[in-house]
Design a protein around this ligand. Structure first.
Ligand SMILES: Cc1cc2nc3c(=O)[nH]c(=O)nc-3n(C[C@H](O)[C@H](O)[C@H](O)COP(=O)(O)OP(=O)(O)OC[C@H]3O[C@@H](n4cnc5c(N)ncnc54)[C@H](O)[C@@H]3O)c2cc1C
Length: 392
């Protein structure tokens, strides 16, 4: 008989785990919202799946997407100075999570994975632990359900560092070559412009990261789509001229009534395993590795760790699933989690001089521009550039 695994949460981490584990194990996914509700609900995030994440999606035969919005580059601007366009080694893709999650859930159901529609509460976790051989907590930023210990060295913040303000828009002519555009306005925040694929076709995501109580923090009480759209137009006019010039005034509109979001995240990193009622429980994704979205690593880190967890469970397929398995999983992920987290935390602060010099160097030298672009695809390189510049 196959061992029974329960994955709580059907987001980035939960879905990839379900795809990877479904052949070897009897997998049940418990999910708070139905696929229809997700598909027709509010946007959940922005998301850029870089090359290595897309390679893992292929490895585990996850759904394929139209490649009409492949992202091949990173455009970098500081203040009002466009510095460079760096080329990514492998194309990235941003698919609206409402579409990505709902399609993944429906597809997995046809492939033998069981689904239970239930928002799990802490009082219920004991019965889940008793029913399954292993629980994987993939509850994302609203989690975790289990008491995974906080890694205080990697969790320096007591409050969110940014307000995240996101809209999926029609009527913004994308930057060419198609890619993610990053604009840093020192001291007040950042704008990320991301061409993305949605149920309604191609859109442009405008993702504003406002330092609280500074000039970009002007969306308080913007709860309706017209006020939100109007304010985004004002902000681009005043602070992001390059985007503003590409807005087609009579076409500029949210992709649908639910295509806007405001959220603020307090980053926290936890050790991703714990023993609960004498059984091992593990966590994967934001429930245990929650970073600020500023470097766009959340989905990529979730996918990386989900693959490592899959490999660990396969390695220990015929052994006891005890604390050793949790330790082996953490050993496989710790270094990467640390590098992503420390780079991400550093990006929420003033950029160090040597990094500014490197960005300016990208304006003169295409090799440097390409190197910086690939920080986002391989955050270990970014970590090196920030913290071990003498190794470069
Ligand atoms: C504004 C914003 C912008 C972002 N931009 C990027 C980006 O550009 N690139 C990037 O890589 N990442 C980005 N991220 C981060 C990325 O979205 C997350 O890191 C990623 O989705 C985490 O995957 P996950 O599976 O851990 O959690 P999620 O994808 O959030 O999934 C969690 C799932 O668990 C379910 N759930 C929660 N609690 C329960 C419960 N009690 N019972 C049952 N089900 C439950 C939820 O309904 C959800 O389906 C961004 C995040 C935000 C908020």
């Amino acid at each position: 008989m196959k061992r029974k695994i329960c994955i709580i949460g059907s987001g980035t981490a939960g879905l990839q785990l379900a795809y990877s584990l479904k052949e070897e194990f009897d997998v049940t996914v418990v999910h708070a919202n139905s696929s229809d509700k997700i598909q027709n609900g509010r946007i959940l995030s922005t998301q850029v799946h870089f090359g290595s994440t897309r390679n893992r999606e292929n490895r585990f035969n996850m759904p394929k997407w139209e490649d009409t919005t492949l992202l091949n580059s990173i455009h970098m601007t500081i203040g009002n100075q466009k510095l460079f366009v760096g080329k990514l080694k492998e194309p990235a893709l941003s698919v609206d999570q409402r579409l990505y999650f709902s399609q993944g859930m429906k597809d997995l159901e046809t492939k033998g994975v069981s689904f239970r529609h239930l928002r799990v509460h802490k009082e219920q976790i004991e019965s889940f632990v008793a029913e399954f051989d292993l629980l994987i907590d993939c509850t994302g930023k609203s989690g975790p359900l289990f008491p995974f210990p906080i890694e205080s060295e990697l969790s320096p913040f007591q409050v969110p560092q940014r307000k995240c303000i996101v809209g999926y828009f029609f009527g913004v002519k994308p930057n060419q070559p198609l890619g993610v555009s990053v604009t840093v306005l020192p001291g007040i925040g950042e704008m990320f412009e991301i061409p993305a694929l949605t149920e309604h076709g191609s859109v442009t995501i405008l993702f504003l990261m406002a330092i609280p109580d500074r000039e970009l923090d002007v969306f308080k009480k913007m709860n309706n789509k017209n006020a939100f759209t109007h304010q985004m137009k004002n902000v681009t006019r005043e602070y992001f001229q390059d985007i503003h010039e590409r807005i087609e005034q009579d076409m500029f509109a949210l992709a649908d009534d639910n295509a806007f979001l405001q959220v603020a995240i307090k980053p926290v990193i936890r050790k991703p395993y714990v023993t609960f009622k004498n059984k091992l429980v593990v966590g994967c994704g934001d429930s245990v590795f929650l970073n600020d979205p500023i470097t766009g690593q959340g989905c990529n880190l979730s996918s990386y760790c989900a693959e490592k967890l899959y490999e660990t469970l396969i390695q220990y397929k015929d052994s006891n699933w005890d604390i050793r398995v949790g330790e082996a999983y953490w050993d496989q992920t710790k270094a990467y989690v640390k590098e992503v987290t420390e780079w991400t935390n550093a990006m929420t602060k003033d950029l160090p001089q040597h990094v500014i010099q490197m960005l300016l160097g990208g304006a003169e030298n295409q090799m440097i521009a390409d190197e910086v672009a690939n920080w986002f695809a391989d955050p270990r390189k970014a970590y090196e550039a920030f913290f071990q510049p003498s190794n470069l």
